[in-house]
Structure formats: C-alpha cells, structure tokens
Design a protein. Sequence first.
Length: 82
Amino acid sequence: MTDTGQGNAAYYADILQAILTLAATAPGGPPASTADFLQRLNDGWLLGAWTTATTPPRQPASAPPPGTSPTSPCACPPCSPG
C-alpha cells in the first residue's frame, strides 16, 4: 500500500484510482493486454463504454415516465398537488 499523502496529493490519488478502476472493470470484461488497457485510459473510450452500459432502455413514446400520468408533467413535489 502506498501512502497517497494529504490535500491535493490525496485528491489526485483518488482520481487516479477511480480512472484505473473504470478502465479495468469496464463492461465487456477486463483488458486483454497492456495496449488494450492503455487505450482505455481515454476519456472518450471510458465515456462510451460506461454510457452505453448504464443507459436504461427507452420506453415507448406512448408510455408516460414512471410516477407520472398523462395529464401531469412530472411527479416531483413542486409539480404534484398535495
């Protein structure tokens, strides 16, 4: 275990750990090689891999969003009567 320091050093160590974790555990399995891993250390690649994996399926246009009715625009407290 490496000491990550304090203040800014700890912040950047946390960011580094998060990026490495996202690259190594991306949908589709672990990287197959060092080159594959290094390719994943790219914001475009990471965004594409994780966005497609976490985007919920779209509902049909005729179905209202959960918690709403066709006559109410949304179910949040400011919009909902009550």
